[in-house]
Design a protein around this ligand. Structure first.
Ligand code: GLC
Length: 843
């Protein structure tokens, strides 16, 4: 299935006379291969893809810009990417093709930018392919990371469409960095003398060894190689020597003169360049590859590393090996997609739910909020961020989510609170500011893991807290004790209204501004606490801890009482209280009168009456709704220099200050599903689908990828309304996955089983889905007469009728596959206008 290409008015195509005609498509989704083809290199921002085998990683833009790193972009950053010069986008994985006539071009269009007659960049899961044609020669450059080697493979095919044999020179080039990126940025002018580049005859590889004696993981520092499966004609490790004086990657002297210069340096500006020659007969295609990778442990044992290098390159050069690796990579992704699939009447939502959201969730699972064309890579893993990201990994890779969950628990202190940021791959101390919400995301992940797998013994697994010094191991406790400690911390940190203190901040990074004296309180955390208490009470009952269940029920009632007594503002929920106990997010405020999160979370937590919840979400629609998504708050706060002590430095309508904060929009989708209001729910969901968001604003305004979520979209109080910021590394991905699969399509794991509560748009009559559930592949058919208002009242499991809306695991325990059909309440029965959240239901 391929959607029609998106025409771009007044296309900026500049790269070839034949393709200059305006109106050419700028991109097109290829749904059957789950890829996107981009036809215009001249985009307002780099549109990137991530390539990875789980330990070696890269991102690459639509014109070949990008960065390669091993394990961590903080201490093992292999190549350079000048993120600060956005939107320049470079350097990257550059291939130069030099014909017999000396003309030079690049299949990725950059760095040469030579006009070429055909061009396409294709991003697919884990693979990016550039294809270009210059005269009679067509070259494709496919980039992916081999699952079984720490190697970025550049798979190249050269086709000669002409009528005589021709000989070409191909040059692969990357700019190398000093591995330790923070050190390079501060002390690079000294440290740049602490490496060597050279060509290694036995392995026929251009090598690089960074040997700064204080590297935090010195024993793992790798040997970096760049090699080919063809005979190497020339090579270079000296960037200056390869590029030439006053030149850039666009016109290197090494390519112009047809020889890399064979430069080796013991300090300075490193690069890796390799030249090979290929003769291609008329009508023939020749294949070759370049390999850029690492052999860890080179300083600890250099001789062994050199031996491993030879063995690795022998493997990589073995005919068929690269193709095999590519197939293994595709298998990994097929398994990933196999967890959930769907066929919907709405193709844009279908594409997003079945392909691009799951891809984005793998990236946030791997990179948290850390590294992209916009993000520096220095941030490590956010505690709250990872706890939420893993919610979307649970159903497809429960083992991954479980391991990350246990690691989170190791970053929780014995008093229940958690670090704010941790660095799993770097010897770096965690960030220790105390936030009111970080630890409260743990129960959500625990609930989700148990609901998905049915493995209650997770709760009795023992693992350690973090020691008080923030470095050593603390006492060991069961997972259940860790979760109870998290709740205890919140219980012992309540303010004058008996709702949680905001502390350094809640989910909203900047909200601590209202709680500097330590007295400010957060309504969102109160609601999150109630949500979590509901889940914990369910878990306590399932786990057989009646004492905890009773204790937590009392605390939940008390918290509900506190919120309903103090936090209702008439038409919506306040957002909190300032240090002086005055309300935040109230009609009495000049700015930030209404905030999105306390409205959505009142529904998620089932806090207040149904009328209040509906009124709150109506206020969201009326005051915060825009044609491009929902603002985080309104009106935005004036900032410096208008006020001396601003809420935040964020300009009006951006970031925390009134942008369309996409992550928070996903909770609005869920809230509207729970209220049984499909028109609102689907509208909010569609506004965030990147392809639709781009169409709404136009590519010049929206700028970013039509397939990856944006962290925020600039809001209407700012002249750049509609501009997407910081794509890929955002919590939007995980919550849009949950909103799409568990609430809109309503296929939701709960402790008892798999619940079916789809939020059908009135015009839909059916959809199908396929989901792996505890080893059984479910073929789900949801058909409903259009406009029917009832809820699911029974399930047909391979034709056998079971009443209720929840599939009990025992019904499919013996099966490898089952067909599930939804049976609806008889027509005319009113749907409950407010479907209950998962935690409130009991069977
Ligand atoms: C950013 C942060 C995240 C925070 C959110 C809202 O995305 O990474 O931790 O919750 O902003 O402030």
């Amino acid at each position: 299935m391929t959607n029609s290409p998106i025409p771009r008015a007044g296309s900026l195509l500049q790269f070839g006379n034949e393709t200059k005609a305006a109106g050419l498509p700028s991109y097109q989704f290829n749904d059957s291969s789950r890829s996107i083809s981009i036809f215009d290199p001249d985009l307002p921002a780099p549109w990137i893809n991530y390539l990875s085998n789980g330990s070696l990683h890269a991102f690459v833009s639509h014109t070949g810009g990008g960065c390669l790193w091993w394990r961590s972009p903080i201490n093992f950053r292999i190549t350079r990417y000048r993120g600060w010069t956005h939107p320049t986008d470079g350097p990257g994985f550059y291939l130069y093709v030099r014909g017999e006539d000396g003309a030079v071009w690049s299949p990725a269009f950059k760095p040469c930018e030579t006009p070429i007659s055909q061009w396409e960049a294709r991003h697919a899961p884990g693979v990016t392919t550039f294809s270009g044609r210059h005269g009679e020669i067509e070259v494709t450059q496919e980039l992916f990371i081999a699952p079984d080697c720490e190697t970025l493979v550049w798979n190249v095919a050269v086709t000669n469409h002409g009528s005589r044999e021709t000989s070409l020179d191909l040059f692969g080039y990357t700019e190398l960095g000093l591995l330790e990126y923070p050190l390079e940025s501060s002390w690079g002018y000294y440290v740049r003398h602490q490496f060597k580049t050279w060509f290694d005859e036995p392995s026929q590889a251009q090598l690089y060894l960074f040997h700064h004696e204080s590297h935090p993981r010195l024993s793992e520092v790798p040997l970096v190689y760049f090699a080919s499966d063809r005979e190497v004609v020339s090579y270079g490790g000296d960037r200056q020597g390869f590029l030439g004086h006053g030149r850039t990657e666009r016109n290197p002297i090494g390519v112009e003169r047809g020889h890399c210069g064979n430069g080796s340096i013991w300090g300075g500006d490193p690069c890796a360049a390799v030249q090979v020659k290929v003769a291609v007969g008329a009508g023939k295609t020749e294949r070759l590859a370049f390999f850029q990778g690492v052999i860890p442990g080179a300083i600890a044992n250099f001789t062994e590393s050199k031996e491993k290098l030879c063995a690795e390159l022998t493997r990589l050069r073995t005919p068929g090996f690269v193709a095999e690796q590519r197939a293994r990579l595709d298998d990994w992704w097929s398994e990933q997609f196999g967890g959930f699939d769907c066929k919907l009447p709405d193709l844009d939502c279908q594409r997003q739910i079945r392909t691009w959201t799951p891809i984005n969730c793998v990236q946030t699972g791997r990179y948290s909020r850390s590294f992209s064309q916009f993000a520096s890579g220095l941030r490590g893993f956010g505690f709250r961020d990872t706890a939420q990201d893993m919610l979307a990994i649970v159903s497809r890779r429960p083992d991954w989510a479980r391991a990350e969950f246990l690691r989170l628990l190791n970053h929780q202190f014995a008093d229940g609170h958690a670090v704010h940021t941790y660095y799993p791959e770097d010897k770096q101390d965690p960030a220790r500011t105390v936030h009111s919400d970080d630890h409260l995301w743990l129960p959500l992940l625990a609930y989700s893991l148990v609901a998905e797998t049915g493995e209650l013994d997770l709760l009795s697994t023992r693992t350690h807290f973090l020691g008080e010094d923030g470095k050593s191991k603390g006492a060991e406790a069961t997972v259940w004790e860790h979760l109870l400690a998290a709740l205890e911390f919140t219980h012992t940190h309540l303010g004058v209204h008996d709702i949680p203190l905001t502390l350094h901040s809640d989910w909203n990074d900047c909200i601590g501004r209202f709680a500097r004296e330590g007295k400010g309180e957060s309504v969102m955390v109160a609601q999150q606490y109630i949500f979590v208490l509901r889940q914990m009470i369910e878990l306590a009952r399932a786990y057989g801890d009646e004492k905890a269940s009773t204790l937590l029920s009392g605390r939940m009632d008390a918290q509900l009482r506190a919120v309903t007594a103090h936090c209702w503002d008439g038409d919506w929920w306040m957002r909190g209280f300032n240090d002086d106990a005055s309300p935040l997010g109230s009609k009495t405020c000049d700015h930030g009168r209404i905030w999105l999160n306390s409205q959505t979370w009142s529904v998620l937590a089932d806090c207040g009456t149904k009328d209040q919840q509906v009124a709150a979400m109506d206020s969201v629609a009326a005051i915060l709704g825009t044609e491009r998504g929902i603002k985080k708050l309104h009106p935005s706060f004036p900032t410096f220099p208008e006020v001396a002590d601003a809420f935040s430095g964020y300009s009006l309508g951006s970031g925390e200050n009134g942008a369309i904060f996409c992550h928070a929009n996903a909770w609005a989708v869920i809230a509207e599903c729970l209220l049984g209001r499909p028109e609102h729910a689907w509208k909010y969901f569609r506004q965030l689908v990147p392809h639709l968001a781009l169409q709404e604003s136009g590519v010049e305004r929206y700028q970013c990828e039509p397939y990856a979520y944006a962290s925020s979209i600039i809001g209407p109080e700012n002249p750049r309304f509609g501009l997407a910021t910081l794509t890929h590394v955002t919590g939007t991905a995980a919550w849009m996955d949950i909103a799409g699969t568990q609430y809109l399509l309503g296929i939701r794991p709960v402790l008892d089983g798999l619940k079916f509560a789809p939020c059908f748009p009135p015009e839909w009559s059916s959809f199908t889905a396929n989901r792996l559930y505890r080893g059984c592949r479910l073929d789900i058919v949801a058909s409903k007469p259009a406009g029917h208002a009832g809820a699911v009242c029974a399930l047909l499991v391979d034709g056998e009728r079971h009443s209720g809306d929840t599939l009990l695991p025992k019904w499919v325990a013996e099966k490898k596959a089952a067909r599930i059909e939804l049976v609806w309440e008889p027509s005319g029965v009113e749907a409950s206008p407010c479907q209950l959240p998962v935690t409130r239901e009991r069977r």
